[in-house]
Ligand binder design. Structure first.
Ligand code: ADP
Ligand code: ZN
Length: 512
């Protein structure tokens, strides 16, 4: 190989320099060393295999899980003059592609992981000159990842049949545990892992419990000029939010899979072109759209995982200007997530549980949010970030163990069948016909919470649900979950973060 990567970068892509870890990754690939590149979205992963693909002899086979994504990539590669093709079920020109591949007329060939399992494909690979295997979205190979695809497991045996061909796995989303698993599953040595910086210092993170979420989001919208994305969990919720937000006077659109495709495309185009529009969307929105000046991303409910949260909030502030990410969560989000968890295959439950508890730690912390977020991706901040709600408001933590014990006792002594409202009545001694009839006024837990402690009851209730110390049954009644015992026995403690007073009283000035 004579060409110099930097010169080639300029010649083919028109860029003057590498970004972040690109050069490191490209160097390893050119040295034919197996590599796993973990780089956030937008960091420029594609270039890490596209550049070697044009520099090395033979064709680079790229495994990618989504046909739509492959076609985007194909267009982009062809636009800079790379000889590329896709080999998928929807391509009409497969025979021609196969011929070009065999003839050494291709730099890049995109295929879906399903191909890997076919004997035909292995024969095809054996009949063509190969330069590199690139595995995109490599977290799909891990059951610990959030998007496990069994077909990815067939890639390692396939690649093993071509031991002389180097491999490059790429992913944007992997915690340290998943990362190690990806490397193992794809036969990449630990020293072949290259992790780029994940910090997005211009994004301010803020996370609060839901109170009236539409109102909370309307406040974010009112406080933050510029384009924004609001993520809701259901189609109906996106529409409701769009309606509510329209009253703020900002242009608002909804975006979800249930909309007529023409309407959806128009809403997206309008948003991309606008300087102050708010789009209320399900999480499908944002993949592949390039809008650098998004000033805020708000979540009207818990995201699926820390990776998803990072990915979704990462759509804010790509231009580097100050931006905000607001997340509003409820204990019901955790309860629902646990329900879903019970439905996944047993071998995936441990991963799901870990994901949920990592989210719990992020939303509940009184410490620096960015620190927790980055630690999840294996990065340690030298000091607190100074640009998250907790750093800016320094919330106080209180030990709420005793209140939690009182709450749990009241649930237990009333027979694990009443809702939170009733439990609060019992604890604060509010006599009603119901409490009288039930004989609950004679219980030892009757009227044992008063004064400042009353304000802790709702957050304690939320925290108990989040920790799975309490569960809600089909009738809305509370019953013990597996984490109740340790709290009651005093083996576990419950510390709660009290939001800073000034945040509760009014709005803070917008950062932009
Ligand atoms: P990822 O797959 O990591 O999300 P992409 O490969 O889509 O990121 O790249 C994101 C954007 O960055 C693209 O528009 C790409 O052209 C651009 N890009 C990549 N590398 C460079 C570079 N070295 N210099 C300038 N722009 C780059
Ligand atoms: Zn911070």
């Amino acid at each position: 190989m004579v060409a110099d990567p930097l010169a080639k970068l300029h010649e083919v892509f028109g860029y003057n320099q590498f970004r972040g870890v690109q050069e490191q990754v490209v160097d390893r690939v050119l040295a034919r060393q197996r590599t796993l590149a973990v780089m956030p979205t937008g960091a420029g992963k594609s270039l890490c295999y596209q550049l070697p693909a044009v520099m090395m002899d033979g064709c680079c086979v790229v495994v990618s899980p989504l046909i739509a994504l492959m076609h985007d990539q194909l267009r982009a590669a062809e636009a800079v003059g790379i000889r590329a093709a896709t080999l998928t079920s929807v391509d009409q020109n497969r025979a021609e592609t196969v011929a070009r591949f065999r003839d050494g007329q291709l730099d890049l060939l995109y295929v879906a992981p399903e191909r890997a399992s076919s004997g035909h494909f292995r024969e095809l690979l054996a009949s063509a000159p190969l330069s590199l295997f690139a595995i995109d979205e490599a977290h799909c190979v891990s059951e610990w990842g959030h998007d496990f695809r069994p077909d990815y497991r067939l890639l390692e045996p396939l690649m093993d049949a071509f031991p002389e061909v180097p491999r490059l796995a790429l992913t944007a989303t992997a915690d340290a545990h998943t990362r190690a698993d990806i490397a193992k599953q794809l036969g990449i040595p630990t020293e072949g892992m290259i992790v780029s910086g994940f910090d997005r210092p211009n994004i301010r993170y803020a996370i609060s419990p839901k109170a009236n979420v539409n109102l909370q989001i309307a406040r974010v919208v009112a406080d933050t000029p510029g384009p924004g994305i609001v993520y809701a969990q259901t189609r109906a919720a996106t529409e409701k939010l769009a309606e509510a937000l329209a009253r703020t006077g900002r242009p608002v659109r909804a975006y979800h899979a249930g909309l007529d495709p023409a309407v959806r495309a128009k809403n997206q185009a309008d948003f991309v072109a606008s300087e102050d529009m708010v789009i209320c969307a399900t999480v499908a929105f944002g993949m592949g759209i390039d809008k650098p000046d998004v000033r805020f991303v708000a979540h009207a409910g818990l995201p699926k995982s820390i990776e998803a949260y990072y990915q979704e909030t990462g759509r804010a502030g790509r231009d580097g200007d100050p931006s905000v990410a607001h997340l509003f969560w409820g204990a019901d989000d955790f309860a629902r997530a646990r329900q879903r968890m019970a439905e996944v295959e047993p071998e995936r439950q441990a991963g799901e549980r870990a994901r949920l508890s990592a989210l719990g730690a992020l939303v509940e912390t009184g410490g620096c949010r960015r620190r927790i977020l980055l630690r999840h991706f294996g990065e340690e901040l030298a000091e607190d970030c100074g640009n998250c709600d907790n750093c800016l408001g320094s919330p106080d933590a209180v030990d709420a163990t005793t209140t939690a014990q009182k709450f749990l006792s009241a649930v237990f002594r009333t027979g694990q069948m009443f809702g939170a409202g009733y439990i609060e009545q019992v604890l604060t001694g509010q006599s009603t016909e119901r409490s009288l009839m039930n004989g609950h006024e004679a219980l030892s837990v009757w009227n044992i919470v008063s004064g400042d402690e009353v304000a802790l009851l709702k957050p304690v209730h939320r925290a108990l649900l989040l920790r799975d110390a309490l569960r809600t049954n089909h009738h809305g009644g509370l019953e013990f979950g597996p984490a109740a015992r340790a709290l009651i026995k005093g083996e576990a403690r419950l510390s709660l973060v009290v939001p800073p007073k000034r945040e509760r009283k009014g709005r803070r000035a917008a950062p932009v």
